[in-house]
Design a protein around this ligand. Sequence first.
Ligand SMILES: Nc1ncnc2c1ncn2[C@@H]1O[C@H](COP(=O)(O)OP(=O)(O)OP(=O)(O)O)[C@@H](O)[C@H]1O
Length: 694
Amino acid sequence: MAHLEHIRGAFIEWQDVNFSVPDRSTGHQKRILTDMHGLAQPGRLLAIMGPSGAGKSTLLDILAGNSSSRGATCKGLILVDGSPRNVRAFRVISCYVQQKDVLMSSATVREVLLTSALLKLPRSVPLSRKRALVEDTIRELDLASCADTLIGDETIGLKGVSGGQKRRVSVGVELVKDPRILFLDEPSSGLDSEMALSVVTTLVRLARKGRTVVCTIHQPNSDITECFDDFLLLSSGRTVYGGLWSGAVDFFARNGFSCPAFKNPTDYFMSVVTREEGAVETLATAYGKVRLDLLQQMAAVGRRSRLEVGGGSGGDSGGDDVAINLRGMGTEDVCVLHDAAAAVVAGGGDGGGDGSVGVSAVVIPSVLGQDSSREVLQQRQRQGAAAPLEAVPERRVLVLDGEVGEAPAAEEPAQMAGVPLWFQVYVLSVRYWRTWIRNPVMMASELVQYIFTAIFIGLMYCRFNNVFGEGDYNRISCIWFSFAILCFTPSYTAVTNWASERLLLKRELGQRLYGITAYYLARYSVLVPFQMAQCLLFLAVMYFFAGFQASVTGFFTFFAVFSMFQIISEGVGACCAVATRTPTSSVILLTFVLLVLLAFSGFLTTTVPVYFRWIHKVSYLTYAFSALVEREFSHVTFYDDTTGEAIPGVEAYPASLRTGLSYSQNVGILAGQVGGMEVVKFLAFNLAYRMNLI
Ligand SMILES: Nc1ncnc2c1ncn2[C@@H]1O[C@H](COP(=O)(O)OP(=O)(O)OP(=O)(O)O)[C@@H](O)[C@H]1O
């Protein structure tokens, strides 16, 4: 556990935080959070509670630097280790675990964590260290017993880990980057009481290593509340209480709300703020008066507990740490020793360090600072408090555990900058590949569809004859029918897969683990061979069964055209999926598009109305169909059943099926359409991402 022993959390202090969003009905700003103050400390678990709509998630998002509502206004000051937060740098040292577990169901716990480590940690970190980190994480989260079990998804018949284990894996996915700060949105929601407790005790363990852990929580039972160190109770966007968990009952009692014996305090608090008229106003006002005392008390207890933990694991433990840090600081930094164990580090000097393992900045936030530090910070607050949070001055931040450096001032977070595109594509391809081969329902349904369709069509047309009026018609029908069925298979698969893929993609793109280009290339590199294999399977049965020209060239011509056809069909499905918000609307759109394309492919109507002619001209079905008819008929001679006259194949099929192009020209256009579809698909993914459809 060597790696995890060195974790140092960060002090996060927020002051006068106000958040408003535009109210569509009135056109004015609607206040969501009012005058929020608080403190989260290293080595401690801060639980944020409140009734539904109290503003818990909003506050958590703001603290984590995730808030991005259009038209929203966020004012106030957030200090990290005593200095105004630089959101970009803050994201590097913190992580956010969302409420819903969005994990790759076809991967094992160990694989999920390793993928995360490969994408999140720079390439300069050796693979052996990444693997060691994954093993550390597995042990730390108590996941050893299920490390090689699939995550699973009951909805697709894939058995896997339990809900509590899944939630811990979600934490682990973030933990592999070794964050100093963890934000978790309702980590116990949807779990039974035992699983919820196991998740919360895991969080306490993570906090005790020295990390700062902040979570929102809903209706905790008394076992869970015993795990809280610090506690923040919100109601209607106001702070009703913020301080030590152990002081909450006393605070309520002093303000006229005594918790009955044997009642879970959190149940009581919730009933007071939701049912008692005027209680929120009374408590919020009372809290405003004692806020500073409660925060100072909380900070003092926090400091004491970190000192008790001592110099070994976690926490701002010893004077040695401070001395090392001060050596690593730039000369412009203002360092004010607070006590033997800690220092206030303010100012914006270069954060260059000696790079020694375990070096950390130990910082006391302003609520605890002595006069000298207060002056520095008050000056900062005067600069920053009135400004929107995003506008606070940038400051270099120390990245802990083994490396002291400055947070990237440029656009990309550090973890993305460290992983080259080819490596992202490689990691994602492996994961994508696994999704296909480990998903029995998807694999079986695909195989059954192709084999069943091939046998069905083979039986339907079983061994064409060469009688004019029969053999020609059957060949044309067989080709069209094959296309008509097969255009639905890859496109529907794209739509159904997108529903589960989208959430994971959204999370990972949001964290900038990779970009759309890496995702697109990885997807393409796995899907194309799969589609080609499926075409081969289909034609191996259908081509000879039905009785198409028995030649190797003929077979591989069909194979090439069918493969291109499948690739385009998958692209049509993917575009319909990303262009819509729900699977139902994707299916409706896709069905409509394919039916229109089929209708004007040249088989169903001999005269295409002039206003639909453009569809006939752009449809890939037109060229695929025409190319194969052209190819087959140029190698077959029919005979008239009554006269015995020989009729060359090229003269035997109707003019309505001809595009006016030769076989190779049709294939050339189809190949161009494959390229065009890939460009459209790539742009569609990018556009969907920009328009928030992913
Ligand atoms: N961007 C936004 N636009 C409009 N209203 C918003 C926005 N963000 C939050 N709100 C509103 O602010 C209030 C607080 O929302 P928030 O999700 O923070 O509450 P919560 O305490 O987390 O509730 P829950 O426990 O139900 O998740 C809600 O009434 C919500 O509708």
